[in-house]
Design a protein around this ligand. Structure first.
Ligand SMILES: NC(=O)c1ccc[n+]([C@@H]2O[C@H](COP(=O)([O-])OP(=O)(O)OC[C@H]3O[C@@H](n4cnc5c(N)ncnc54)[C@H](OP(=O)(O)O)[C@@H]3O)[C@@H](O)[C@H]2O)c1
Length: 371
């Protein structure tokens, strides 16, 4: 176990590298796989775009999970959600995130239908890695034949001949990640997938997979509240020229000012099983929300915009995918693109929020193991 001094030094080092813009593109030239041409000239990218490895995407994507998964709200009607997805395209979003397990299956169907008319203008990311029994999720499965079968289903549901970014959703302890990478490599050769991603993985797994097949993006939870991946994971992505896609960047709505100290969740709500949504944790995190509100006033932004602009300010290769079922929230979230922090402001903000004790968040050690 690391002592807290080492951990604090690690965080300070992360903050300093972030502010100097290091830890990413400059080091990418030494990556196992060839460095992307576009990434080395990231600064010349069109406004509102970022590179995930060698994949160009809008600097903010749309997470589509809550549209159909029932995670944060009851599944929404397709007729209401298609305009949200298409409206996001009109706002400049080109990066859409879904997974086989959301629904299961129905979220991919929705995303496929919504994006069919603009298929060649957008990047669709989806994820495999689970078994299903009677239409319900049943454990992890990344056996080669299972991945192949899963991808065939995904292509049909997404109404496409290729998945732009194909993620392993959760590591299967029975299948080495190199073997998974090998299967995805074949799928890429066949044109069924274009890029490889990993979700909720340790630095060791990232390195192992990247040795077999260039990893384009790692997707994991990261926000002003859940900062555990500042322990090596985000830096490892930078060192290897891999993009980082934070989910939960608005902390499931908390940092968007959606809840208050008295918010409570029923036992059947997904929120009730999240350790940082217990009554004690919510109460403990109110000072952080107050601080975010203060910065929102200072920067003439909303709390959600501050939360998103902050994750984007950490590294040039970070692309958040806030989830929403509302076009007006998507519009608000896109407003984060105009919120910029100076290096001094980033340090000031960090010094302030690091003083606020957090409850229910992961420990540094858990960043070093696959979830
Ligand atoms: N790889 C993984 O294991 C993993 C895990 C979880 C999620 N994901 C992906 O990441 C995406 C985003 O993560 P997430 O959905 O868990 O968390 P999130 O983006 O932090 O939070 C989504 C929640 O925040 C609310 N919200 C978003 N913008 C808002 C705004 N401007 N104002 C008020 N509320 C706002 C949404 O409610 P409204 O609908 O009311 O806007 C929604 O309930 C998902 O859609 C999914 O694609 C991946």
């Amino acid at each position: 176990m690391k002592d807290s001094k080492q951990t604090n030094e690690g965080r300070r080092d992360f903050a300093l590298k972030s502010i100097l813009g290091l830890g990413g593109l400059a080091i990418a030239a030494n990556a196992t796989a060839a460095a992307p041409k576009r990434a080395s000239s990231n600064l010349t990218l069109p406004e509102g775009k970022r590179m995930l490895g060698n994949l160009e995407v809008s600097a903010i994507g749309l997470g589509c999970m809550s549209m159909k998964s029932g995670s944060y709200n009851p599944p929404r009607d397709k007729k209401e959600m298609i305009p949200v997805i298409r409206g996001a395209v009109d706002l400049g979003v080109t990066f859409f995130d879904t997974a086989e397990v959301y629904g299961p299956f129905t979220d991919e169907e929705l995303v496929g239908e919504a994006l069919q008319p603009v298929r060649n203008e957008v990047v669709i990311a989806s994820k495999f890695g689970f078994d299903f029994t009677n239409g319900n999720r049943a454990g992890r499965n990344s056996k080669p034949e299972h991945i192949r079968k899963a991808v065939e289903g995904m292509l049909k549901r997404l109404r496409t001949d290729r998945i732009d970014l194909l993620y392993l959703h959760r590591v299967d302890p029975d299948v080495p990640v190199e073997e998974v990478a090998g299967v995805v490599k074949e799928l890429i050769k066949e044109g069924k997938a274009l890029h490889f991603g990993l979700s909720e993985v340790s630095p060791t797994t990232i390195k192992k997979a990247h040795t077999e097949l260039r990893v384009t993006a790692v997707q994991s939870e990261y926000s002003l509240i859940e900062r555990v991946l500042e322990n090596q994971v985000i830096d490892t992505c930078g060192e290897l020229g891999i993009g980082f896609v934070p989910w939960g960047a608005v902390n499931r709505g908390f940092l968007a000012d959606k809840f208050n100290e008295y918010s409570r969740f029923s036992d059947d709500s997904r929120f009730s099983s999240v350790p940082y949504f217990t009554p004690e944790a919510i109460k403990a995190h109110m000072p952080l929300l107050s601080l975010v509100r203060e910065w929102a006033l200072k920067k003439q932004a909303t709390p959600a915009q501050i939360a998103l602009a902050w994750v984007m300010a950490q590294k040039p290769y970070i692309v958040p995918i806030p989830g929403t079922t509302k076009l007006h929230h998507m519009k608000e979230n896109m407003g984060a693109l105009t919120v910029k922090f100076t290096p001094e402001e980033l340090l000031e903000f960090r010094t302030q929020f690091e003083k606020i004790p957090l409850v229910g968040v992961r420990t540094p050690e858990t960043a070093l193991v696959d979830r």
